[in-house]
Design a protein around this ligand. Structure first.
Ligand SMILES: [Fe+2]
Ligand SMILES: [Fe+2]
Length: 319
């Protein structure tokens, strides 16, 4: 049982209100590692995606151990998105049809949704938008990593998917606290101010969960510094990629309503040695790819007709 959910918020705060903010957060997070665990398949997928030499065969072998995931992926490959002539019945053919790159992100995302069901979220928050945002940042992050050579594309993909881990756990596991945040935001506060007031900074919460799970330090750092990449001590380039991808996702209609993302673009372009005209070309490519990822995701989650294209509003111009 989640101790935060059964605790009166006033008691929860007064018990630790004399502590510095970081320690208050830590005192609330001490049990997170025990409360939440990732499915085995998801851990194995994480490891696969971190390896440069992962093949379609490797992906197939991991996915086939998870019958639920296998069924979803085969169903997706038979959906109207792909218009296959002969019904698909095996994972290896599904990988060929859907695409290896797309399936890596989607499979990992599906694993995470088994742990964090964002369809049951507090009223007033769009859980689907949070997953789509994570997928979009994952995709954009990988494209930026490939284009700049500044970070490993697999790490960028995973970092993008996990960067809002703290928000994901707040929304899905701590509804009382998340509702308090929403109340402050609805009264005019920014997410950052509301989180600070309640000692619930999502970067810190995500960091603690990642650490408790034993995720590699590189992802702990991305999660902790994704809004302040210049402060990222070791993996500054990767964190900058995720921060830029985060901003681009918001600007392209794949944002989270409660969070606005501002970045120091000249500084980040300098860190990544990325020219603005190259970034603008990348944005065009992103606009083509992301709606397809959204379609796949919707189909997998709902087993229904994909939603109409929601993104594609990103301007290539920076002002
Ligand atoms: Fe964030
Ligand atoms: Fe984000």
């Amino acid at each position: 049982m989640n101790p935060f959910d059964t605790m009166e918020s006033g008691n929860a705060r007064s018990a630790s209100s004399d502590l510095p903010i970081d320690l208050q957060v830590q005192s609330r997070l001490v049990d997170i590692g025990r409360l939440v665990s990732l499915p085995n398949t998801t851990f194995r997928l994480l490891n696969l995606l971190m390896s440069e030499n992962t093949s379609a065969k490797d992906l197939q072998q991991v996915m086939e151990q998870d019958p639920g995931l296998t069924a979803k992926v085969i169903s997706l490959s038979n959906s109207s998105i792909y218009s296959v002539r002969n019904p698909v019945s095996t994972i290896d053919r599904a990988i060929t049809i859907i695409g290896f790159k797309e399936l890596e992100i989607i499979a990992l995302g599906i694993g995470l949704t088994e742990t964090f069901d964002l369809r049951k979220v507090p009223p007033g928050f769009d859980g689907r938008a949070l997953w789509l945002h994570s997928l979009a940042v994952s995709w954009i992050g990988r494209e930026l990593a490939v284009a700049t050579g500044a970070a490993d594309p697999g790490e960028a993909m995973i970092g993008g998917l996990l960067h809002e881990l703290g928000l994901i756990i707040l929304v899905s596991k701590f509804p009382i606290h998340f509702n308090q945040l929403l109340d402050l935001i609805n009264s005019g506060q920014t997410l950052q101010d509301a989180e600070t007031a309640l000692s619930l900074r999502h970067e810190i919460i995500g960091y603690h969960l990642a650490r408790n799970w034993g995720l590699p330090k590189v992802f702990q750092e991305v999660i902790l510094y994704h809004h302040f990449p210049q402060s990222s001590p070791v993996n500054t380039k990767l964190t900058s990629i995720i921060s830029l991808a985060d901003n681009l996702a918001h600007r392209s209609g794949y944002g989270i309503g409660i969070e606005s993302v501002s970045i120091d673009l000249p500084n980040i372009l300098g860190i990544l040695d990325l020219k603005i005209d190259k970034l603008q070309q990348l944005i065009k490519d992103i606009l083509t790819a992301i709606p397809k990822v959204e379609q796949m995701w919707t189909q997998l989650l709902n087993g229904s007709k994909p939603a109409q294209k929601a993104g594609g509003r990103l301007s290539t111009k920076f002002s």
